[in-house]
Design a protein around this ligand. Structure first.
Ligand code: FA5
Length: 328
């Protein structure tokens, strides 16, 4: 004959042990093994219940109640642990140390050259220039060595051909900026890329003179690089402008005293420019007696190098996330 007190004690011990193990279960497999052990058909609780019949009739009720309570508590603990483990395993941290710091989310960002292009276009937008684009493959004969696609068709070596396209299709006044990729058979070195972004600018109207041209460029240089940066116009030759000038800015690294970045000169070239040649106006059907204008073409990656103090243009093209992450 089994002692009722002994049976109730055993039930309480099974319940206590079962609850502790269920709450500590580290995986769904472990939890299932515990369910079988404590609540299964041939588990500990069922084993106890099968012995109730051996207890005196007057005690069976108390033992039955204790058994039912133990069963209910174990079932509830099992259900809540199962929910917790399922949730944890679905995010892959069932076994993980939940106090560990989270993994940092990988953020994208705007490429530094694109940022610079956007900033330059914004400065010219404020001055009344609109943004236009032109084709990268164009029939052309020009003074830079480029890539040939088919008879007479090249990958453009600069954005200047877009000037003619605009003037052929629009009457003056014209004020446009043209961002776009250009291609040259240049060696890929610290200051040259075989494919690089330029921003072309063109302004044509009655009464535009060299003073307006110069002050527009100076305004841009001050807005973009800051008041302390000065611009210098150096005589140059381009077939479609007269007079032509290359624009240099004072070196941001040494302030103009001469260093390795500016090759000891104190100046860094940022663009080619000039007053539009009257022959260009004639070719596009504008009256050269009535209209004058200026044009410029700047290298966006070279300007980004100046802005961010980058010594080698190739860094912009490598797509190295560690380099790019610095510009977010
Ligand atoms: C021109 O391309 C002329 N079309 C500019 C122009 C426009 C003159 C309108 C007059 C009127 P240039 O070859 O100097 O000029 O190039 C202009 C700028 O493009 C350079 O100052 C430089 O910043 C950039 N550049 C030129 N070649 C490369 C290259 N391989 N890699 C990166 N940037 C370059």
């Amino acid at each position: 004959m089994t002692e009722p007190v002994q049976l109730v004690d055993s039930l309480e011990r099974i319940e206590g042990e079962g609850l502790a193990s269920i709450e500590a279960a580290g995986s769904l497999e472990e939890l299932e093994a515990l369910r079988v052990r404590y609540l299964g058909r041939s588990g500990d609780l069922a084993g106890m219940l099968s012995r109730i019949g051996q207890a005196p009739a007057e005690d069976r009720r108390a033992i039955g109640q204790a058994a039912n309570t133990a069963k209910r508590r174990l079932q509830e603990a099992h259900a809540s642990r199962q929910t917790a483990l399922e949730r944890a395993e679905s995010v892959g941290v069932a076994q993980a140390d939940l106090t560990m710091p989270g993994r940092r989310a990988w953020e994208g960002g705007v490429h530094p050259v694109t940022r610079v292009i956007d900033e330059i276009l914004e400065i010219f937008r404020e001055l009344g220039f609109s943004k236009v684009r032109g084709p990268e493959a164009d029939p052309a004969a020009d003074m830079w060595d480029t890539f040939y696609l088919a008879d007479g068709v090249v990958l453009r070596s600069h954005t200047s051909p877009v000037q003619a396209r605009i003037m052929e299709t629009h009457e003056p006044p014209v004020r446009v900026v043209v961002p776009g990729l250009c291609y040259r058979r240049d060696p890929f070195d610290p200051t040259h890329a075989p494919a690089f972004e330029q921003i072309e600018g063109l302004a044509v109207d009655e009464g535009i003179d060299f003073v307006e041209f110069r002050s527009t460029i100076e305004h841009f240089v001050h807005r973009f690089f800051g008041r302390e940066t000065t611009a210098r116009f150096r005589p140059a030759y381009f077939p479609f402008t007269e007079p032509s000038a290359e624009v240099d800015v004072s070196c941001h690294m040494c302030g103009g005293s001469g260093c390795s970045t500016c090759k000891g000169t104190g100046w860094i070239e940022i663009m080619g420019s000039g007053m539009v040649h009257p022959a260009v106006f004639e070719a596009v059907g504008y009256d050269p007696e009535r209209y004058t204008g200026y044009a410029f073409g700047m290298g966006s990656a070279r300007i980004a190098m100046l802005r961010y103090g980058i010594p080698d243009i190739r860094l912009f093209y490598e797509g190295d996330a560690r380099f790019l992450a610095q510009f977010r």
